[in-house]
Design a protein around this ligand. Structure first.
Ligand SMILES: CC(C)(COP(=O)(O)OP(=O)(O)OC[C@H]1O[C@@H](n2cnc3c(N)ncnc32)[C@H](O)[C@@H]1OP(=O)(O)O)[C@@H](O)C(=O)NCCC(=O)NCCS
Length: 149
């Protein structure tokens, strides 16, 4: 029987599944970061939950986390960010991230978002290629940083 693949809104109980995928990808345990992040994105008082997970036979195998901003940070338009995108390495290259991104974009369009931003490390060529194939281009905004002495 074919495996059942579904996309649905991310919920609090997805924490362990997401941390497991992230650990496989990054070799780090970022449980605290994800716990905080998931608390924020699932809190209806603080934001609209736009984040999505992909499930395969009931197991979380991929996720996309983002946020919507209504004229914040001096940006006059309604915009969104994609903060994290991850797919279990055992099922990469099967179109899962593309499906997650398509679904996210459909939701953003429905929410009236004009522009979607994401940050990619300059040397993360695979992720950069993925976004480029999905029509993302370098932004006019530049990312500034200050190294604390
Ligand atoms: C980048 C990433 C999200 C892509 O996930 P994915 O599910 O493999 O993505 P897709 O399958 O949609 O696309 C990947 C490639 O597979 C190919 N592909 C898509 N559908 C396919 C299919 N049905 N059969 C074969 N190949 C396919 C695409 O051509 C695509 O090529 P591209 O990379 O040149 O765009 C994934 O590699 C990942 O999680 N990387 C780590 C990202 C990271 O560091 N995140 C932060 C920590 S979680």
């Amino acid at each position: 029987m074919a495996a059942e693949r579904i996309m649905r809104v991310l919920k609090k109980g997805d924490l362990e599944g997401i941390v497991a995928i992230d650990t496989k990808i990054t070799n780090q345990n970022r449980r605290e970061y994800y716990a905080r992040k998931i608390d924020t994105i699932t809190d209806p008082e603080r934001s609209i939950n736009t984040s999505i997970v992909a499930e395969l036979d009931g197991k979380v195998v991929g996720f996309i986390m983002g946020d919507v901003y209504f004229g914040e940070f001096g940006i006059p338009e309604t915009s969104a960010t994609i903060d994290t995108l991850g797919v279990d390495p055992s099922i990469q290259n099967k179109g899962l991230a593309s499906e997650l991104l398509d679904q996210f974009m459909m939701n953003m369009k429905a929410a009236g978002v004009n522009k979607v931003y994401t940050l990619v490390n300059w040397d993360d060529f695979a992720l950069e290629k993925f976004f480029s194939r999905h029509k993302f281009v370098p932004s006019k905004r530049i990312n500034l940083e200050f190294q604390m002495p």
